[in-house]
Ligand binder design. Structure first.
Ligand code: SF4
Length: 469
């Protein structure tokens, strides 16, 4: 089991570009870090929709022939990490249906917390589901709507779901973007000449040479078509709850998320951590890659040198064959290798973004000590992760989250560090610029869930079972 929390999905949409499928393909490349299990693109040529979905990385899912089979000037795309629903092709997005309102394709980042209730009711009324995904519930609600227009049917169906959703949808003549009123997951709007783009992170805009215009606002629906772009806000207002973990770990540091540069947030997280939990040490080393921004901030604030004490091998896949008995497990060493010249004889501060189970942290501390470190001080650029996420992030069993049942000193002993400190909750919010206009969700640290989860949701069942275990 990976000892990290995982983002579930990335979405991309483009309207008004002759090579829409290729642009979506490139956009998904930039969003690959948000999901590696499947990738898909749907396009419209103004008459009908085409779709291609595949398991695996974007690079493995599309070739020139596949992209050529996706004609049209409008496209949406999706990368998925399997959390809500099983990992199989049926659950890969975009989903495409044909209904009374015409053909429609959907890509979803987030998770609906009342999907199981809605699904049970729909099944009682005769609906037949093709997937185990929460997103399909939304399509059923849409297809059953008696509203007279695509827009009205969409608003009616989205009004019935609760939770986290950044959606891009495609009809034969419209690109539609929808963001939940809490703004859990990011969704940016960009332009490339006359073309409109919506995407999970601005790094996708950079790759295709597009400019960032603004975020799709929480609760906003954008309808983009031959008339241009129209914005409506049909869902009322709700307390903002931007996922703070996007800044801590999930998003790329070169992205602008919730109106703020992720790298700047990570530098501030590190600076704040250095102020709250200084270490008497010789060198600051990141646990790459996610600890790098915070380590740089920590080094700048503390005046300690920043050095590459651990090197990551970027070419390791999800699984690899372990050596037979009698040889040492390669474990974490296949991904990380210490640089003895940096570490030997020194007191090392290791910076990481989070500790989930603690097993990987222990291996890293041992590895650094084996490379000759005199002392190893672990600093974490977020508070202890104590609870699961219901809003689209893969979290392990609550019982597997070491901080849910152990004190900081117990964790320190488990990971075998000389000292351990986490960033405070207040320090976290200060570092990401939390204020009245930019409120964050911190539920997995604080236990304060912005949207209540009442009935187990099929798409979240695994998380629910895990949370109750
Ligand atoms: Fe993000 Fe944690 Fe809130 Fe989930 S519970 S949305 S991971 S801050």
């Amino acid at each position: 089991m990976p000892d990290k929390l995982h983002e579930e999905c990335g979405v991309f949409g483009i309207y008004g570009q002759p090579e829409a499928a290729t642009m979506a393909y490139l956009g998904l490349y930039a969003l690959q870090h948000r999901g590696q299990e499947s990738a898909g693109i749907a396009t419209s040529d103004g008459v009908k929709l085409q779709v291609s979905r595949s398991m695996g990385y974007v690079a493995d899912s599309f070739d020139a022939a596949t992209l050529a089979s996706l004609p049209g000037g409008t496209a949406i795309g999706h990368v998925r990490y399997s959390t809500a629903g099983e990992s199989r092709l049926q659950n890969a997005q975009p989903f495409v249906i044909d209904c009374v309102h015409g053909e429609i394709a959907i890509c979803h980042n987030g998770n609906l917390v009342n999907a199981q209730e809605l699904r049970d009711e729909l099944v009682r009324q005769g609906s037949i589901f093709q997937t185990t995904s929460d997103t399909e519930v939304l399509l059923h609600l849409y297809a059953r709507s008696k509203a007279a227009s695509v827009e009205a049917a969409l608003v009616e169906s989205v009004s019935q779901v609760r939770g986290a959703f950044s959606l891009v949808l495609l009809t034969k003549d419209l690109l539609i973007a929808v963001r939940d009123p809490h703004g859990f997951r990011p969704l940016a709007l960009g332009r490339l000449g006359d073309a409109f783009i919506v995407c999970s992170e601005t790094c996708a805009l950079d790759l295709i040479g597009a400019t960032y215009e603004r975020d799709v606002e929480p609760g906003e629906v954008l309808l983009i078509g031959a008339h241009g772009m129209r914005s409506i806000k049909p869902f009322g207002t709700a307390r903002l709850a931007h996922c703070v973990f996007e800044h801590v770990y999930f998003a790329r540091p070169d992205s602008l998320v919730f109106g703020r540069t992720v790298l700047e947030s990570r530098l501030q997280l590190g600076r704040q951590l250095a102020r709250e939990a200084p270490a008497d040490a010789d060198v600051v080393c990141p646990v790459p890659d996610s600890g790098m921004g915070a380590a740089l901030g920590f080094a700048r604030e503390s005046g300690l040198p920043f050095e590459w004490g651990l090197i990551r091998n970027h070419y390791v896949g999800r699984t690899f064959i372990q050596p037979r008995q009698g040889q040492r497990s390669v474990g974490v060493k296949i991904k990380l290798n210490p640089v003895r010249q940096v570490i030997e004889g020194r007191r090392v501060v290791l910076i990481d973004d989070s500790i989930v189970r603690g097993t990987t942290s222990r291996k890293i501390v041992r590895m650094v000590r084996d490379a000759g470190a005199r002392e190893v001080h672990m600093r974490i650029s977020s508070p202890p992760t104590t609870g699961p996420c219901y809003y689209g992030i893969d979290t392990p069993l609550r019982s597997e989250l070491i901080a849910s049942s152990h004190s900081v000193d117990e964790i320190r002993r488990f990971i075998e560090a000389d000292s351990l400190a986490y960033l405070s909750h207040e320090g976290l919010l200060a570092a990401v610029g939390d204020d009245a206009d930019r409120r964050h969700c911190t539920a997995c640290f604080s236990g304060r869930y912005p949207v209540a989860v009442t009935v187990p949701d099929a798409s979240q069942l695994r998380l629910f079972e895990k949370a109750r275990a």
